[in-house]
Design a protein around this ligand. Structure first.
Ligand SMILES: Cc1cc2nc3c(=O)[nH]c(=O)nc-3n(C[C@H](O)[C@H](O)[C@H](O)COP(=O)(O)OP(=O)(O)OC[C@H]3O[C@@H](n4cnc5c(N)ncnc54)[C@H](O)[C@@H]3O)c2cc1C
Ligand code: FES
Length: 267
């Protein structure tokens, strides 16, 4: 199933600010036909001073039109510059990167692999965007739990169309006051499998919750990355078991991940 990674030009189709510091970007690219839930692209900034690609998750695709969407936060200089690009601007992208949920579950048919199992899709903060494509890929409507810091929500209306939406905000302005785990408890959400992306504190809490409740959790570790193609080892994470090839308790998040069975990684 995996195709050769390549760097190629893409053209910005549209760019829209959807919340404070959050942008929705559609690009026209041949990668749209290959993108799987949980995968990401390396986006190059048109500036010689910024040589490394910025890893950004795939949020949605429109295969017919050859369009792919990324929703990102302006974190530093690179993403700030990206946010200034107008439709029609050409950028370079490296794709398609990462294993995705299907590969992490060792399947090429997510729905067949899940069978009757009930899925809870969880996104926290800037980990929310990749969960849209993931939720859309499921045949059966999942329970969806999104965690925001405050009432400046984004993408919630689109998630509402694909599943049963629950919201948690740290300041309590919308939904459950607290974390995604607080929302799961308050709304008595049940499930067998969790798919999640978000900050490390959230992923740790989800690992613990899944373990206590006999659930399987697949989590996306969006750690700091540099090359994105397995060459620099800038993204290694400790694993519970030794790697079959290298015989060390390390894994490269950019190649073997970013999606892992929570019980396989030491977080
Ligand atoms: C697999 C993966 C998926 C991601 N998906 C998204 C997404 O969908 N939306 C989103 O807003 N952000 C996402 N991120 C985080 C995003 O990559 C960083 O916010 C972005 O690279 C920051 O770049 P910058 O130039 O603005 O910041 P700077 O701090 O100026 O970046 C400097 C360097 O650090 C790297 N870097 C900085 N922060 C991060 C970070 N958190 N993770 C990885 N590399 C970083 C950059 O690639 C760059 O090489 C993802 C990260 C990973 C690893
Ligand atoms: S980012 Fe270079 S090996 Fe993963």
């Amino acid at each position: 199933m995996s195709m050769k990674k390549r760097k190629e030009p893409a053209v910005i189709y549209s760019q829209e600010k959807i919340a404070e510091g959050i942008y929705s970007l559609w690009i026209k690219t041949s990668f749209a036909g290959e993108a799987r839930p949980g995968q990401f692209l390396g986006v190059y900034i048109n500036n010689d001073a910024k040589l490394l690609a910025r890893p950004i998750s795939i949020c949605d695709v429109n295969k017919e039109e050859g369009l792919l969407r990324m929703v990102y936060r302006t974190a530093g200089e690179g993403t700030k510059e990206l946010a200034s690009y107008e439709p029609g601007t050409e950028i370079q992208v490296l794709g398609v990167l990462g294993n995705g949920y299907e590969s992490a579950l060792d399947t090429d048919d997510l729905n067949k692999a899940l069978g009757d199992k009930k899925v809870i899709v969880i996104g926290g903060g800037i980990g929310i965007p990749p969960m849209l494509l993931t939720a859309k890929a499921l045949d059966k409507e999942p329970e969806i739990v999104l965690g925001y810091s405050n009432g400046d929500l984004f993408l919630e209306d689109e998630f509402e169309d694909v599943g049963n939406l629950h919201i948690a905000t740290v300041d309590g302005s919308v939904g459950t006051k607290g974390t995604v785990i607080d929302a799961i408890k308050e709304d008595e959400i049940e499930g067998d499998v969790i798919f999640a992306c978000g900050p490390m504190t959230m992923l740790k809490a989800i690992k613990q919750y899944a373990r206590e409740n006999g659930m399987k959790a697949y989590i996306s570790l969006e750690e700091r990355m540099a090359c994105g193609i397995g060459a620099c080892l800038g993204c290694v994470c400790r694993t519970v078991n030794k790697d079959h090839h290298t015989h060390v308790n390390n894994t490269r998040i950019c190649v073997e991940g970013p999606i892992f069975d929570a019980e396989d990684v030491d977080i």
